[in-house]
Design a protein around this ligand. Structure first.
Ligand SMILES: [Zn+2]
Length: 473
């Protein structure tokens, strides 16, 4: 996902406090660890409060039921209520003069607590803010680049706190002092969805071609993983001059691109691969991608069990074995990849073996419906156990060189009813469910409406942006 560019929030600040730079890369682990500790401590404070003096003050003040709108958290609750900083309603009013505004984005640790602490916000105020905030926002979901603006009065007491999550900026959170309480509310700002037609020409690979037209890797992921994962191997199939056309809905907030909402149509016209994917909801309301004839692009098996560098050995019933020095069949596909690369299941199923298996080294075997089994061998690590259910694309282990292997690679086998078959050809038969005859007429109308948006002629090698205006949700 492209990080939306961060713009400073509007401010009424008397003073703007800036943040020291993000910690160096080498100390990332340290900060992560610290953030965990700090997060735990914060949680513990909250728990302590909940079980402790908050109960005591329940008579005096309404407790905090989870309303839709916002929740009232008394300012002076908690174990620190006896501390001199605790203020009565009167003193709050007297002191409610804005003294400083802190604006910042969260650092690599993605911790609100850490950030506030770096700005020397008093612990008690952080705890109160945490109490108010937790009702509408789970602090564990804070992330690097989330932005906040904190207003404190002259007594260093929180007046206002505005928080904008970087990934979901349409859901800002506002904590405001109301009387002697802090009230937190989450609101929703409307996104504007724009339908765009993109035309991409492949030079070397998909990712670069999509970047060339100013779009991000998140779009590459949608095209390669969500739409064409079972029918186009973007590692091997693209050729220079291949063409990809997309109808994509992009969401904006205040002129700022936020995310790709959906790709409604993708048409890949290439020398090796030729596929069209139309996003369509079937009668049960399930979204899926279908080719122009209404056949599902989903397949029982993914084309590959991981991102690999190259195929080092293909399926062959007869092959000269480099270690055994004789002809033995190679009943699988070898994918060269770096040690530790994640290996995922190519189809849904159940783990039938997870452990050492002779020359296979550390191996995972998964059984699938219709008599299929897959094997993933020479792993360095195994992340599943026997009997476990797995979904398509679950990570089951890491590439290694255990067993009879000359270097790190994945040996991948596909077996049907006890017989090894070539994994590269199985998807040609095992298709997903096509749309039923009842769905086809409506599908055809939908498909044609989308296809009509594509540029009719093969124009020059530039992007064509046909902004056809805002579309509904
Ligand atoms: Zn092999």
């Amino acid at each position: 996902m492209k990080n939306p560019t961060r713009e400073p929030l509007a401010t009424t600040s008397k003073s703007r406090v800036s943040m020291p730079g993000a910690p160096a890369k080498s100390s990332l682990v340290f900060w992560g660890f610290l953030a965990c500790l700090v997060g735990l401590t914060w949680l513990r404070i909250d728990l302590h409060k909940a079980g402790g003096s908050l109960v005591k003050s329940a008579n005096a003040m309404p407790s905090a039921p989870a309303e839709e709108e916002g929740v009232v958290i008394p300012l002076n609750t908690g174990p620190a209520a006896a501390v001199p900083l605790a203020v009565t309603a009167d003193t709050v009013t007297a002191a409610a003069v804005v003294e400083r505004v802190i604006e910042d984005t969260l650092g690599r640790a993605g911790s609100i607590y850490l950030s506030l602490k770096q700005h020397k916000v008093p612990e008690l105020q952080i705890a109160r803010l945490g109490n108010a905030l937790q009702v509408v926002f789970d602090a564990k979901k804070s992330r690097p680049d989330d932005a906040f603006s904190l207003t404190l009065d002259s007594a260093n007491v929180v007046v206002r706190f505005e928080y904008t999550p970087a990934q979901r900026p349409e859901y800002p959170i506002l904590v405001e002092r109301e009387g002697d309480r802090l009230v937190a509310r989450q609101s929703k700002r409307p996104l504007i969805d724009i339908n765009q037609v993109l035309r991409v020409v492949i030079k070397d690979n998909l990712s670069n071609a999509i970047r060339d037209v100013g779009e991000s890797d998140a779009l590459t992921d949608i095209v390669a993983d969500d739409i064409f994962a079972a029918v186009i191997d973007f590692h091997t199939d693209p050729r220079e001059g291949d063409e990809l056309e997309l109808i994509v809905v992009k969401s904006y907030l205040d002129d700022r691109f936020i995310r790709y909402k959906e790709v409604r149509l993708a048409r890949y016209r290439g020398q090796v691969a030729n596929h069209t994917g139309v996003l369509y909801s079937d009668l049960e309301g399930r979204d899926g991608y279908y080719d122009e004839g209404g056949q599902s692009l989903a397949r029982m098996f993914l084309l590959k069990p991981m991102d690999y560098r190259r195929i080092s050995s293909r399926f062959s019933r007869r092959r000269f074995h480099p270690i055994l020095k004789r002809n033995v069949p190679h009943l699988g596909t070898d994918y060269a990849a770096n040690q530790g690369t994640r290996v995922h299941t190519t189809a849904r199923g159940r783990v039938t073996h997870a452990g050492w298996n002779g020359g296979y080294g550390k191996m995972v075997e998964v059984s699938h419906p219709n008599g299929y089994r897959t094997r993933y061998a020479h792993l360095s690590q195994i992340h599943v156990r026997k009997g476990q259910s797995v979904e398509q694309k679950d990570v089951i282990g890491r590439v290694g060189a255990t067993g009879r292997a000359t270097g790190p690679h994945l040996h991948y086998e596909l077996i049907r009813n006890g017989r090894h078959i070539d994994p590269t050809i199985v998807n040609k038969s095992g298709r997903g469910d096509p749309l039923g005859p009842q769905s086809l007429p409506a599908f055809a109308v939908h498909r044609d409406r989308l296809l009509a948006q594509l540029p009719a002629a093969k124009a020059e090698e530039t992007i064509q942006l046909a902004d056809v205006g805002a579309v509904g949700p």
